[in-house]
Design a protein around this ligand. Sequence first.
Ligand code: G6P
Ligand code: ZN
Length: 542
Amino acid sequence: MIRVVATTPFDGQKPGTSGLRKKVQVFQQPHYVENFVQSLFDSLKEFEGETLVVGGDGRYFNREAIQTVIKIAAAAGFGRVLVGQGGILSTPAASAVIRKHEAFGGIILSASHNPGGEHGDFGIKYNIGNGGPAPEPVTDAIFARSQAITQYRISDAPDVDLDTQGITRVEDMVVDVIDPVEDYAELMGTLFDFDAIRDLFGAGFTMRFDAMSAVTGPYARAILEETLGAAPGTVVHGQPLPDFGGHHPDPNLVHAKDLYDLLMSDHAPDLGAASDGDGDRNMIIGRGRYLTPSDSLAIIAANAHLAPGYAAGIAGIARSMPTSGAADRVAEKLGVTCYETPTGWKFFGNLLDAGLATVCGEESFGTGSNHVREKDGLWAVLMWLNILAVRRQSVAAIVADHWATYGRNYYTRHDYEEVDAAAAEGLVADLRARLDTLPGSVLGGLTVEKADDFAYHDPVDGSVTTKQGLRVFFTDGSRIVYRLSGTGTAGATLRVYIERFEPDAARHDLDTQAALADLIAIARSLPDIEGRTGRSEPSVIT
Ligand code: G6P
Ligand code: ZN
């Protein structure tokens, strides 16, 4: 039976960079999930009888939220729900399932790389029929609806057994519990040369994939170990846990430090890789060689033709604005366009749908292609394996060769996490107001060439997105970018992105922080980060 339940709006049900993300306790409030999901359905049209994909990264509260979504979807009139067994679907796998089954959309339960567990974060995001994150007009409409909601409709059917594959019903709606890996693994098999990768492992190639006790474990085991013949034990932390084993499932130099240390040690495997909570981020490390996501994007773009799915070449590259310009140099050589978008994978959707870009990447450990409409951690790993299988060189040799050809973009990001929100906003507002005065001024010995507040003009739908990051360019080609994170859940996070291009191959092996020391000092003093936030050092450096 469908019940109509009276409710009142909650403050702040506003989806951010990728969905609604809050502490678990916030989501556990009575009616909170119901309100948001009903507001979402209320703002969509013509989904009667259509298919909805549902799954999450396995974090605490995943199963409870999925049951609620299913019961509200049944009351709203969806015809079918495809839900990953155990409530599991990585973000890229959800995107693949939406596309393959031509679903109306999908709901992904995840707070990505944020910590999980009872006291951690939870999140709900909505993806549209192309498999990509809902664009801003959709999320704005959801938020507007959430502020006016007076009731929701929900089935009072018992919970669905999420652990058994197969079909059941909730009201008139079919619920199909599917293998969360199958569709995704099949897609990967069409893009990459699995035989060549199998030969690579057969020839003794070694790797460690750290699933960080999050969603990619089952995917990585099935594909790397069972299909491609990587040695058992290649995948570590392969069991998704509600609290991610107490770790922060974010593949970066801080939270995947063990992996980094292993790759820098004398018993390093050939390749190290990690993925985040929901499986869309990746970190790639070669033996003795860490790779920035910006460099990884550039090298993937330059070598993509080695993989069968990209043998015809790439139509274009897209990168988020704060991502380094390394990919631009590859695009130039390939004679294709490199698009520069605001932070957030959703901005790539139109470019991919229109066939303008084939590979995309962000400095925030996101890489992917037109095969789905999300960034895809395992895809990046498989792309690297495919490249390594064909070139039969070490990661370090491929990177050195790339820099020798294109030059090196030294790049670092300094994060000031959980700073006072008003202080961070004030810092950005004041610097924004001063941008016009900067060109021509000399800071720490470097002359400012231009300074602006990045705005994006979408070439496909003509929409304009403003205030996407303050950029200061210097006459030597260096760049500093400031922006506030759109994904934090406590206070504000100030991100400072620092970059310098180095054409001289004799200077390609410097320590990154040392190579950028002068710019780092300028980046701190220009907006007086310490004076305004009380922080003399960033909390995370990547
Ligand atoms: C998520 C989004 C990315 C974004 C990243 C960092 O992973 O999917 O598109 O680059 O967050 O965003 P932030 O606003 O925290 O810098
Ligand atoms: Zn993620």
